[in-house]
Design a protein. Structure first.
Ligand SMILES: [Zn+2]
Length: 167
């Protein structure tokens, strides 16, 4: 099997790509080497190049959650549910009002979104993606502070206890 000489866009098969990032697997630490990601100048999609075809078994180990759908134990099932909740809450954090969301347990909610999209021609998100922009560090810090305070206020208070060293 011979690798292609130049990166090719995996989405549109365009050949005009520029290096976007060098990255390593920091979530699972599956392999030590870094990989190069290229961005397509035509469609914007990111592609990895060269595709590490002979390393997929190492990059996607059996504990990789997308491939661990058939959990056996009760504890694993609970962990999987928690992972999904965290994943979807992260997605809402990032995507905000510019994404459309559906309930994984309710396929009809996805079908409804698709039908709305087809009938109206408008992506079924609360806000138009044309209004979307990156936030700067100042805004990101303010958002982090605001959410930290909000979560701290919502967190249940620990029962009051006398200080260990006080009578
Ligand atoms: Zn492309």
């Amino acid at each position: 099997m011979s690798a292609a000489e130049a990166p090719i866009c995996g989405a549109c098969f365009g050949t005009d790509l520029s290096l976007w990032a060098e990255a390593r697997d920091i979530e699972y630490f599956s392999v030590p080497e870094s990989f190069s990601y290229f961005q397509c100048r035509s469609c914007g999609a990111l592609s990895i190049f060269p595709v590490p075809e002979n390393r997929l078994g190492a990059i996607y180990p059996s504990n990789y959650y997308s491939f661990a759908a058939q959990s056996q134990s009760f504890a694993e099932k609970i962990k999987e549910q928690l992972d999904r909740r965290i994943f979807s809450s992260l997605f809402r954090e990032i995507g905000g009002e510019f994404m459309a969301y559906f309930d994984l347990q309710d396929p009809q909610s996805l079908a409804d979104l698709i039908m709305r999209f087809l009938q109206s021609g408008q992506f079924p998100a609360a806000r138009d993606v044309a209004d979307w922009r990156w936030i700067d560090w100042h805004e990101a810090s303010a958002q982090l502070a605001e959410r930290t305070v909000r979560n701290a206020v919502q967190a249940p208070l620990a029962p009051a206890r006398p200080h260990a060293h006080c009578p």
